[in-house]
Design a protein around this ligand. Structure first.
Ligand code: ADP
Ligand code: MG
Length: 291
């Protein structure tokens, strides 16, 4: 590899908005045969909004006030959606005490002398909350590629809130380009199976791993490297930093968090997934020129 041809390649990649931060990332990108994509903020816009509110007792306003009372303390994109919806409807968030966020599960605090929880089904059921009465409402949310979040006070289910995040308009095209380049594409998400399947179907992804806890994303990357793949990880969040660092090449979405950007070899300034096939093409051309 001549320093000159690498410099030309780095410059060319920059024209596509792909900033090479680690010297060897450009050359390694030519060998990539598996790209693993985070879902939220990577394939999707990362600004979810509330699509459905269903209260067991029919009082949707109280349900949202309680949920907002929890989520105003959280920095998760899902939390932002719920707080904004409550504001839009001029609902006052309920007071809660002792807020805690549980990675990959949800949030909890004390309210009215009991534990108020908002999060995914698996977590609430493990806490002894029966949710079958909310099955139909939850399925409607999942079929629309949304995420159902269940609210319970103590062991009593209060309702379900649907939050959905739009897919970036060019994600599907960028994924098709990766397939055309002979690269396998996989999605990894903390979200549930049904929602992941809906997003995968809409973007042409044939493989996904759902309900992956944040700390386990890096293990998925390492396992695929262990199978002989040269792996790229693409992500935007603090959650994704270890997985970005574990990959042969990490691609951070430029609008994402600083921690993600610092853990990745390449930053995609335009936020679009097209930066990944762009970088691979430039990389392959650069390596061809070298030999
Ligand atoms: P992702 O990979 O989709 O960004 P996370 O690991 O951040 O996923 O979250 C996984 C799941 O944990 C969410 O889909 C949600 O069910 C639950 N969860 C995480 N944070 C919150 C929160 N602040 N409020 C409600 N649920 C949450
Ligand atoms: Mg994300």
């Amino acid at each position: 590899a001549t320093p000159m041809s690498i410099m030309v390649g780095v410059g060319k990649a920059a024209e596509y908005g792909a900033l090479i931060r680690q010297g060897d990332a450009l050359q390694t990108a030519s060998k990539l045969d598996l790209v693993i994509l985070d879902k939220t903020g990577t394939i999707t816009e990362g600004h979810p909004s509330v699509t459905k509110v269903h209260a067991v007792d029919g009082d949707e306003d109280t349900l949202l006030s309680l949920a907002a009372g929890l989520e105003r303390h959280s920095e998760h994109p899902l939390a932002d959606a719920i707080v904004r919806k409550a504001e839009e409807l001029n609902l006052q968030p309920e007071d809660t005490e002792g807020f805690e966020a549980l990675n990959g599960q949800g949030v909890r605090a004390r309210s009215q002398g009991e534990v108020l929880r908002l999060g995914n089904r698996r977590w609430l059921e493990s806490e002894g909350v029966a949710l079958t009465q909310l099955d139909d409402a939850a399925q409607t949310i999942i079929d629309d590629a949304g995420t159902p979040l269940f609210l319970a006070l103590g062991d009593k289910a209060l309702g379900v809130i649907g939050v959905a995040d739009a897919i970036k308009e060019d994600s599907r095209d960028a994924i098709a380009r990766l397939h055309d380049a002979g690269v396998r594409v996989m999605m990894v998400t903390g979200d549930i199976e049904g929602t992941a399947r809906a997003i995968a179907a809409q973007t042409g992804i044939d493989e996904f791993r759902a309900e992956v806890m944040p700390e386990d994303k890096a293990e998925v990357v390492s396992a695929m490297r262990g199978k002989g793949y040269t792996v790229a990880m693409v992500g935007d969040g603090i959650n994704d930093a270890p997985a970005l660092a574990a990959a042969d090449v990490g691609f951070a979405i430029g609008t994402g968090t600083d921690v993600a950007i610092e853990s990745a070899g390449i930053t995609l300034m335009r936020g679009s997934l097209h930066g990944v096939p762009d970088a691979i093409e430039v990389s392959r051309a650069t390596v061809r020129n070298i030999h």
